[in-house]
Write a protein that binds this ligand. Structure first.
Ligand code: NAP
Length: 284
């Protein structure tokens, strides 16, 4: 079974669009997401365009603010602080990566926690690990939604997550743990990775290396979630971290790249923007 993130996200966005359509009458306006793009990295431009398109589909107001890569950290932080104060803004996202002279950590911690639609703010991260209410990071949230939509039982299962980044590996592992999986986190120093991955009922791969996971690393019936987004060195096309052609016949469930986790990440960004809007507007 192939889980199409493209199809699932289209269905969820249509549901959100119906919800948002009632907001002007109910609350006087629609949610407003501001995306800041620094520089003109082609991948970042494409991600930001995807976010604007999804906002349009859902009926969310989207403002993309572009700044040159020479912007100083102080200028960027002061732009974020203005948006924090702006009552018409519900969500703020700064597209990563940033130029080297700007500290990503300082940028992330400057975004008001209640407008942190990416769920990267240290207080949101801390709340996630303490099982407190928080804004969930989009990619891990999307992965859990995909597993549930595919009817995968997570509770009691052995999950192996390859990758321990703050953005994907660690929060995915935490969400799987919260769903009562028994979770192992693997990384670049893990010894004998294949013997570990072969024991997985659910394998989540977030490394960033084309076709790193080969058929011999996966047992029959495994649920395989491929987070990686890479360029195939031979064809130049987008591909995941998993050798899809070889593993798809063995896996009970698998996500393709493109069209898997990526669309679900943007879908969850829309959901987070709506949640931030509702939280702010109903608090008043
Ligand atoms: P990252 O910060 O570079 O982390 C990569 C992780 O992979 C690290 O924890 C690293 O281990 C581990 N790793 C590297 N080589 C390994 C090896 N040979 N064996 C085992 N583990 C290894 O990357 P990231 O931000 O998590 O992103 C991972 C991938 O997901 C990238 O392709 C990225 O483009 C993609 N991504 C996709 C989405 C989406 O929406 N689809 C969202 C975010 C990211 P160490 O910690 O030991 O260095």
């Amino acid at each position: 079974m192939i889980i199409s993130g493209k199809e699932l996200s289209a269905k969820l966005k249509a549901e959100m669009a119906r919800e948002v359509a009632a907001f002007p009458e109910k609350y006087g306006r629609v949610p407003h997401l501001v995306v800041i793009l620094v520089g003109d990295n082609p991948a970042s431009v494409s991600y930001v365009t995807g976010k604007a398109k999804a906002s349009e589909a859902v009926g969310i107001r989207n403002t993309t603010i572009r700044r040159p890569s020479e912007i100083t950290e102080q200028e960027l932080l002061s732009l974020i602080k203005d948006l924090n104060e702006d009552d018409s803004v519900d969500g703020i996202l700064v597209q990563l990566p940033l130029p080297e002279h700007i500290s990503e950590a300082r940028v992330i911690e400057t975004i008001a926690r209640e407008k942190d639609v990416d769920g990267f703010h240290p207080l949101n991260v801390a709340a996630l690990w303490q099982k407190q209410p928080c804004i969930l990071p989009c990619t891990p949230k999307g992965i859990i939604k995909m597993l549930k939509a595919a009817g995968v039982r997570i509770s009691g299962k052995r999950a192996v997550v390859i990758g321990r980044s703050n953005i994907v590996g660690l929060p995915v592992a935490k969400l799987l743990l919260d769903e009562n999986a028994t979770v192992t986190i693997a990384h670049s120093r893990t010894e004998d990775l294949p013997s570990l991955t072969r024991q997985a009922d659910i394998l989540v791969v977030a490394i960033g290396r084309p076709r790193f996971v080969t058929s011999d690393m996966v047992s029959d019936g495994t649920v395989v979630i491929d987070v990686g987004v890479n360029r195939d060195p031979e064809t130049g096309k987008l591909c995941g971290d998993v050798d899809y052609a070889a593993i798809e016949p063995k896996a009970s469930v698998i996500t393709p790249v493109p069209g898997g986790v990526g669309p679900m990440t943007i879908c969850c960004l829309m959901e987070n923007t709506i949640e931030c809007f509702l939280e702010r507007i109903t608090r008043r």
